[in-house]
Design a protein around this ligand. Structure first.
Ligand SMILES: [Zn+2]
Length: 498
């Protein structure tokens, strides 16, 4: 296991002694094997400490950074907190989430590392205890015992994705800074497979995005090398984070609770040098950068901040695969080639808009016929005209149609000069008999007392939720509308009104 290489350069000789292989102490965060050799998957290590984990109390308030991927330990999960002489499992830091992996103890048992965290300057592995056997687990993790710590397939894929995006973020931020004088205010390594983003003080034009992307990919094509320099941390390197006039911090400083004593700077040859504790790929090879060609503008406190989304590495491929799948399946539905999808979709949207308009017009016309029929039926009635009409309608919005019938009916009654009081219930339900159906009921009458009374009865007998004012009342209920049940209930209600 190389302590120094062209990738990992130790500037303060004392640091060589800090890298540990025994139970005497743990290698501090900043010098971990995963930070010295980012592609290393497996390491022989010695247990330094182990203890039963006491889960932290649930975080208070809202977690505003919910987009950030962090493996969580479910409540009730029993874990050991284990520190090793050294590790290939990266504890979260620098905006990069924790790795997951496995530890194999000397008896051959494989233990899951759910996450790793930095405590001060030390990497702590959260190891899942099998079947609640805490004593057995503590015995297996006795300090001094030899173990194998490993990024398994899933753990390495996860880490490779994080490294690809973290290194790309350094490249992107450096180019934004040097080419456009745009400082990176913050960045987020979002949950797979969403694009990651950097936050910058203003939006960017499409030309600027293209220029930065081309510049980045020229450096990728050159395969610029990356290396890390580490030295002993002194007060000089602990300088405070730069702030904008608005008071907003630019980037991240060294965490205040970091006690590892290592100052670590990540270099992309000829492009960038940046203090960071994350794991970074040894070169820009294959790190094609894709910037989503727009910026989202967010208003936050006094500063307007724009968000630039980007992708690289395996996540970029996953993004291409999923967007291609969306596009080809849409093209298949539309029976056209993919380049014609936008045109065909806008055509479909137009057709739909026209069709909706025609339906509305046809409904208005139909409403008049239904209203005219009702008005005709009223002639010859001399006490009170009571009528229930039930319709089957699969439209998602039936209320406008029922309202149209009601308006047309009021008009027709007014025109005919009929003076008889009336009470009409219109109801509508979908054709399929499903328990999740929404059924709509509409009442119109010639006086508000009766309308209110029928509304109240519908609430009581059918569980209709609704309300109204004056001569109209509307409501709905969920469930199956059955002839012989709901129909009869409505007829009973109408019958009982005097
Ligand atoms: Zn970084």
């Amino acid at each position: 296991m190389a302590i120094e290489s062209t990738y990992h350069r130790i500037l303060s000789p004392v640091l060589r002694d800090w890298i540990s292989t025994t139970e005497e102490h743990s290698t501090p965060v900043g010098l971990l094997a995963c930070q010295r050799e980012p592609l290393l998957r497996q390491l022989d290590a010695t247990i330094v400490t182990s203890a039963l984990s006491s889960p932290p109390p649930p975080a208070k308030g809202k977690n505003t950074k919910k987009a950030v991927l962090a493996p969580t330990i479910s409540p009730g999960e029993i874990c050991l907190e284990v520190s090793l002489s050294d590790t290939v499992i990266f504890p979260e830091g620098g905006g990069q989430p924790s790795d997951t992996g496995i530890i194999q103890t000397s008896d051959g048992t494989v233990w899951t590392v759910l996450q790793a965290k930095r405590h001060g300057g030390q990497a702590i592995h959260y190891v899942r205890v099998h079947d609640g056997n805490v004593d057995g687990a503590l015995l297996a993790f006795t300090p001094g015992a030899k173990v194998k710590v490993e990024l398994d397939r899933a753990g390495f894929d996860r880490r490779y994705d994080h490294m690809s995006l973290h290194t790309s973020q350094h490249l992107l931020s450096a180019l934004l800074e040097t080419r456009l004088q745009l400082p990176t205010l913050s960045w987020s390594l979002t949950s797979y497979p969403a694009p990651c983003y950097v936050e910058i003080p203003r939006g960017m034009t499409v030309e600027e995005v293209t220029m930065i992307q081309e510049e980045a990919n020229r450096l990728v094509l050159e395969g610029r090398q990356i290396h890390v320099e580490v030295e002993e941390l002194n007060q000089e390197s602990r300088k405070p984070v730069e702030r904008l006039e608005s008071g907003r911090a630019v980037g991240r400083g060294l965490p205040e609770d970091y006690t590892g004593g290592v100052n670590r700077v990540v270099h992309i040859d000829g492009v960038d040098r940046n203090p960071c504790c994350g794991t970074h790929l040894p070169s820009l090879n294959n790190l094609q950068l894709f910037i989503l060609p727009h910026t989202d503008t967010l208003s936050r406190s006094s500063t307007t901040v724009a968000r630039l989304n980007f992708l690289a590495g395996p996540r970029l491929i996953a993004h291409l695969v999923s967007t291609h799948t969306y596009l080809t399946s849409t093209a298949a539905i539309l029976s056209c080639g993919t380049p014609n999808v936008p045109e065909r979709v806008s055509q479909v949207v137009d057709d739909r808009r026209n069709a909706t308009k025609r339906i509305e017009e046809a409904e208005l016309e139909l409403a008049k016929y239904i209203a005219a029929d009702l008005a005709r039926e009223m002639q010859g009635v001399d006490t009170i005209f009571k009528k229930h009409i039930h319709r089957t309608d699969d439209s998602g919005t039936v209320l406008p149609f029922l309202t149209a019938i009601s308006s047309a009916f009021s008009e027709a009654v007014a025109k005919s000069g009929i003076q008889v009081p009336y009470l009409v219930i219109l109801s509508s339900s979908p054709s399929a008999q499903m328990a999740t159906n929404t059924n709509v009921v509409f009442i119109l009458g010639s006086d508000d007392r009766r309308v209110k009374e029928v509304g109240g009865a519908l609430k009581a007998k059918l569980g209709v939720k609704g309300g109204g004012k004056g001569l109209k009342w509307s409501g709905k209920f969920t469930g199956v509308w059955k002839n012989g049940r709901e129909d009869v209930a409505v007829d009973d209600i109408l019958g009982s009104v005097l």
